[in-house]
Design a protein around this ligand. Structure first.
Ligand SMILES: Nc1ncnc2c1ncn2[C@@H]1O[C@H](COP(=O)(O)OP(=O)(O)OP(=O)(O)O)[C@@H](O)[C@H]1O
Ligand SMILES: [Mg+2]
Length: 278
């Protein structure tokens, strides 16, 4: 069977002030099946830019190239913009890093979910409403009827994030890219949201790319991890094998995880080697 997603030598660059293009994603390659892939790396390592390029949401001044970028056999680099738009939300969805920028502030949450569903499927208003409520319930919103009628600013951050996830999942995507979907949430809510995503991956056979800077979270939740550093993948490893990680950056990240019961004062500091970025 074909992999769901093939990314081969993906590069994203932006013009600097002199007009010369600077690469922020520098030759990323991986394939994804219906599994949970984590992407970890420090701030600025190119995680979000990788996700956005797959979705076709790179801002217009950016340049995207690849040897191959295919989703379910469809060439994303050459397919018409119209087809790309149809794929987005319908078969590929992304939970953006900040839900505040993704939910429309002047539209009630329920109406946004209904609109998303109706953009991708021909369903009448009554059915759409029923399915939106069911989806709010699926992301463990206790009082879906109430939340349906609220505006984004009227709900908490955690609720907003869940509403966002509901909106992304209503069209039943084959691939979900979740960019730091839980970083704004407190720990208990984080774990709830993760278990929702986890259930959806196993129940719906969805592929998931989970972007985070938190190696511990990723390793508890994903099958495989890509470790990014300065725009490149420096290591790809099954989470079960992390203790055998070879790259010094990955090893450094592991070293820096505080351990329960461990007596580590001071916590080790990650010393970066300029050679990792070359
Ligand atoms: N529109 C843009 N123009 C120029 N450079 C950009 C643009 N968007 C992002 N970049 C640069 O691309 C690099 C990678 O950014 P990216 O957002 O992918 O990092 P990240 O790994 O997601 O970091 P974080 O953990 O902070 O979210 C950064 O150096 C950033 O400054
Ligand atoms: Mg990011």
């Amino acid at each position: 069977m074909n992999p769901l997603l093939v990314v081969d030598d993906l590069r994203v660059s932006y013009p600097n002030r002199d007009g010369a293009y600077v690469e922020v994603v520098r030759g990323v390659s991986f394939t994804l099946g219906r599994e949970r892939l984590g992407i970890v790396g420090e701030s600025g390592s190119g995680k979000s830019q990788t996700g956005r390029a797959i979705l076709g949401l790179t801002p217009p001044q950016g340049r995207v190239t690849a040897q191959r970028l295919t989703f379910d056999g469809i060439d994303l680099l050459t397919c018409p913009p119209r087809q790309r738009r149809d794929l987005r939300g319908d078969r590929i969805a992304m939970v953006l890093q900040d839900p505040k920028f993704s939910l429309n502030p002047v539209m009630k949450i329920g109406d946004q979910i209904v609109e998303t569903l109706q953009a991708h499927e021909r369903v009448g208003n009554r059915v759409a409403r029923k399915r939106a409520l069911a989806m709010l319930e699926a992301v463990q919103i206790d009082n879906p009827e109430r939340v349906f009628g609220l505006y984004p600013h009227e709900v908490s951050g955690g609720m907003g994030q869940r509403a966002m996830i509901a909106m992304m999942l209503i069209a039943d995507p084959d691939l979900l890219i979740a960019d730091e979907p839980t970083s704004a949430l407190d720990v208990t809510v984080q774990l709830q949201v993760l278990s929702i995503l986890d259930r959806l991956v196993s129940e719906r056979g969805m592929g998931l790319i989970f972007v985070s800077h938190d190696l511990r979270l990723v390793s508890s939740f994903c099958d495989r991890v890509l470790v990014m550093y300065a725009g490149r993948v420096v290591e790809e490893i099954a989470t079960g094998d992390l203790s055998h990680a070879r790259h010094p950056y990955t090893r450094g990240l592991l070293e820096c995880l505080p351990r329960l019961g461990g007596d580590r004062h001071p916590l080790p500091v990650l010393n970066r080697d300029p050679a990792w970025a070359s």
